[in-house]
Design a protein. Structure first.
Length: 147
């Protein structure tokens, strides 16, 4: 009788453990914030070498799966999808096509980094986007918070 009771208790406890679902939330909610580009391919963005019409940034719109931003010369946007373990997919990326001198390389590299995004981390006020191999593509700093 004691063995049967022990087995029943063991089965109940195992069921309770296996029924719990572990959900890993992103390290922070990155939606609704304006993230200003600070590094691209491990190089500092901005400074005296390049003058931008608008400092490059990205913003993930809350309540929607759309993002908007600026590449320095052209406005950009698209659709995003967050999945477990901080995975990030950006697709349908579009941008305006204004001609700007000296900003084409940065803007082109920025758009390519967004296309290659696979996952992200947030440390303090810094958002870093990585490719599928774990190579840092771009880093951003928070400039505006949610309202």
């Amino acid at each position: 009788m004691k063995q049967i009771l022990f087995i029943l208790l063991l089965l109940i406890s195992v069921q309770g453990v296996s029924a719990r679902k572990v959900v890993r939330k992103p390290s922070t909610d990155i939606k609704g914030c304006k993230w200003t580009l600070v590094t691209l391919k491990n190089n500092r963005v901005g400074g005296d070498s390049v003058k931008f019409r608008v400092q490059p940034y990205i913003q993930f719109l809350p309540g929607e799966n759309h993002f908007s931003g600026h590449g320095g010369c052209n406005a950009l946007g698209g659709t995003y999808e967050f999945t477990p373990k901080n995975h990030l997919r950006l697709y349908g990326i579009i941008s305006t096509k204004m001609a700007c001198l000296g900003q084409v390389d940065v803007e082109g590299d920025f758009l390519q980094a967004l296309r290659e995004a696979d996952h992200y981390t947030v440390s303090g006020k810094t958002l870093t986007i990585f490719d599928g191999k774990g190579i840092a593509l771009a880093a951003f700093e928070i400039r505006e918070t949610k309202k």
